[in-house]
Design a protein around this ligand. Structure first.
Ligand SMILES: Cc1cc2nc3c(=O)[nH]c(=O)nc-3n(C[C@H](O)[C@H](O)[C@H](O)COP(=O)(O)O)c2cc1C
Length: 424
């Protein structure tokens, strides 16, 4: 097991002997804004292309609390800390200048960071020799936004949240509709330098929503962007830095070449994406077997990717009409029984989610490519949100769980990556 994963496990004792105290005066910001000297384009939601981008990462709700207010987004995030940033190259997209852009969430606009030409672009950093018409997305993490709260465990959340953003791109692309391919073997170190990230922000993955332009070869564009602060405050975390740098080298990647098939109706999907929220607790409502099967079909669809790691999905059935209670994996029951309370306990005693929900999920992997396998867990998690909410069933991601006790419960010694619950 990867040493970073082992050293960031939660246990019943660790969360009690290591209470997490937050220094509110150091709270980082959640928005990165490039200075005004760059050209910025406000998203026009009437424009089809802008609308697609908005449905990946836009702001959708405002929450007020006694000390202030904050905004929620299309994509979920552990603790609403939003460590990820979204960049993309746009080539040959109607109404948009070819170039490399940053999605500025706070103002719903696009910042043009760098122009590209017909024969130069980001394609070679993605492993493409020819020009790609459409979008090449890049997802980064500004890890302090998350490590401020979650300390060493934050790298896990940066990856899960990044996976959710990849899932969000996948869902938004269905509105077009367009196939997306995850690209983990992007030249991350080189790109980090070119984007001026200075080890405070790192690229985690790429995603292509583009088609090759046959016969148009491109070479790698070189540029140097200045560092732009994306968190306000910062405290170095050596453990996370080591974990990131050690997981840059990919080994024995297997391509995922089968495209997923989803059966969403476009207008209903759009509404689902726009209104997505995490459910704050379930009321012990049941779901039907038909709904359960529909959701399972969506999450088990293959992921198109250049490094497809195996992720196991363990399922605790608490309240699905006409289905026996029990622990279930890969379409088969491992053990019959009422494990609702156990699932609630394992999710760091968040009983209102995993116990009171209809179904609880635990995702594990024994893969070798940590960044790729963790982001895949986020993609599956995002599919679970979208498919459940499409069926008017609530969903919540659960990043906190007792790692070793989950292993003992499901009966494997893989890395436990993520828990989720759905229900009513
Ligand atoms: C990786 C991840 C882990 C999460 N873990 C928890 C959790 O342990 N408990 C919980 O109540 N919510 C959890 N959430 C839900 C977030 O709190 C929620 O996404 C965030 O507050 C934004 O709200 P929204 O999803 O409604 O937009 C998690 C979400 C993600 C993406």
């Amino acid at each position: 097991m990867f040493w970073y994963h082992t050293s960031t496990k939660h246990s019943y004792n660790s969360v009690r002997t290591n209470p997490n105290r937050l220094s509110w005066e150091d709270q980082p910001g959640t928005y990165k804004n490039y200075p005004g000297l760059y050209a910025k384009y406000k998203l026009d939601l009437e424009n089809k292309e802008d609308n697609l981008l908005y449905h990946i990462a836009g702001l959708t709700a405002k929450k007020t609390y006694p000390g202030g207010e904050y905004y929620l987004r299309i994509n979920p995030s552990a603790g609403a800390l939003y460590p990820n940033e979204l960049y993309f190259q746009s080539r040959g997209v109607e109404g948009r200048k070819d170039g490399i852009y940053h999605y500025e969430v706070s103002s719903s606009s696009l910042t043009l960071l760098q122009k590209i030409t017909e024969d130069e672009g980001l394609e070679p950093y993605f492993g493409y020799k020819t020009a790609m018409r459409g979008y090449l997305f890049l997802i980064s993490a500004i890890y302090y936004r998350s490590s401020w709260k979650y300390k060493d465990r934050a790298f896990r959340y940066c990856l899960l949240d990044a996976g959710h953003l990849l899932g969000s791109i996948e869902a938004s692309a269905l509105l077009k509709p367009h196939a997306v391919q995850m690209v983990y073997t992007i030249e991350r170190e080189k790109l980090n330098r070119m984007f001026g990230f200075e080890d405070r922000e790192w690229f985690l993955s790429g995603c292509s929503m583009a088609v090759p332009v046959h016969g148009q070869e491109v070479s790698a564009l070189e540029f140097e962007l200045p560092y732009v602060d994306g968190s306000g405050t910062f405290e170095k975390n050596p453990l996370i830095e080591q974990a990131y740098h050690e997981t840059l080298t990919m080994q024995a990647c297997r391509r995922g070449i089968k495209a997923p098939k989803f059966t969403y109706q476009t207008m209903k999907l759009k509404e689902t994406i726009f209104t997505r929220r995490s459910q704050r607790g379930f009321n012990e409502g049941a779901i039907t077997k038909g709904q359960f099967n529909y959701i399972m079909d969506a999450i088990y669809q293959p992921v198109l990717s250049d490094c497809d790691e195996e992720v196991s999905v363990y399922i605790v059935v608490n309240r699905v009409l006409d289905m026996p209670l029990g622990l279930y994996w890969d379409g088969k029951y491992i053990e019959y029984g009422d494990f609702a309370r156990k699932a609630g306990y394992l999710s760091l005693e968040q009983y209102s989610l995993s116990q009171q929900g209809a179904v609880a999920f635990f995702l594990t992997s024994k893969g070798k490519n940590y960044q790729a396998l963790y982001q895949k867990a986020g993609i599956i998690g995002h599919r679970l949100y979208v498919a459940s909410l499409y069926m008017s069933i609530g969903c919540s991601g659960i990043g906190a769980y007792y790692d070793d006790e989950v292993n003992a419960f499901v009966g494997n010694d893989e890395m436990v990556l993520y828990a989720l619950a759905i229900g009513k």
